[in-house]
Ligand binder design. Structure first.
Ligand SMILES: Cc1cc2nc3c(=O)[nH]c(=O)nc-3n(C[C@H](O)[C@H](O)[C@H](O)COP(=O)(O)O)c2cc1C
Length: 216
């Protein structure tokens, strides 16, 4: 075979390969995309593992737009019977933040935070009877979404509890002038992290069970 014929042959093989690849992309789009995702970095998993409680913040302000983006992530959480039995209060008034930090014994860091989000249960939207208590799980799911959104945006936050402490619920209710049907679950200070806190490794194989409890 002459050099010319060999190069022509190689060109034809190359063109055929490109054609086959294009056909694969057209008809197996799902598979190809799934494979690409597997090979790329999974930013959601990374954010989950990078999240940590952040209790010290720089002076940099967090914008109202950022705070709304964070609350929007909270409202995307799953809720029992899709009741969404919640209300969110964004606070960026220095005076109100200081008042909260003053009365909440385990939330002094609010006094140094530029903003906070209070996640509340709305009893008029909650299920009835025994199922009413689902509001706690629903609002906790929203809280975790909020904490993850914060982490993904380069901000820092910490869940500080109000519910179930009657004293802390009363303090938050009084300061924020909450109506009777609104119960604060927590107060989440948000700010730019000073950078001292690091995520903890909580992976403990002994806490994982497959199939039944006793099976190893
Ligand atoms: C229900 C609940 C209540 C919490 N209350 C407080 C609190 O009042 N003050 C505080 O500083 N941290 C509070 N935390 C944060 C925990 O201390 C923190 O999540 C835990 O030490 C694990 O650390 P990590 O968040 O960095 O993984 C609370 C967390 C949860 C889930």
């Amino acid at each position: 075979m002459s050099k010319n014929n060999l190069s022509k042959g190689l060109n034809i093989v190359l063109i055929l390969c490109v054609l086959v690849l294009l056909i694969m992309l057209k008809y197996n789009k799902g598979d190809v995309e799934t494979n690409i995702t597997k090979d790329e970095k999974n930013t959601t998993i990374e954010t989950i593992h990078e999240r940590k409680s952040v209790r010290s913040y720089t002076d940099k302000k967090v914008t109202p737009e950022q705070l709304e983006t964070i609350v929007k992530a909270g409202m995307a959480a799953p809720t029992a019977v899709n009741k969404q039995p919640w209300a969110f209060i964004i606070i960026d008034s220095r005076e109100t933040l200081d008042e909260l930090g003053e009365v909440l014994p385990y939330a002094k860091m609010i006094k140094n935070a530029p903003a906070a989000i209070v996640v509340c249960g709305d009893m008029t939207k909650a299920l009835e009877g025994q199922s009413q208590q689902f509001w706690v799980q629903d609002c906790s799911a929203a809280t975790q979404n909020i904490l993850l959104a914060v982490e993904s945006m380069g901000l820092g936050a910490v869940w500080t509890a109000a519910y179930p402490s009657e004293e802390r619920i009363k303090s938050v209710t009084d300061i924020l002038e909450l109506p009777e049907h609104i119960v604060p679950l927590n107060v989440i200070p948000v700010g730019y992290p000073v950078g001292t806190e690091k995520p903890k490794d909580k992976w403990k194989p002994e806490n994982l069970h497959w199939q039944k409890w006793t099976k190893k």
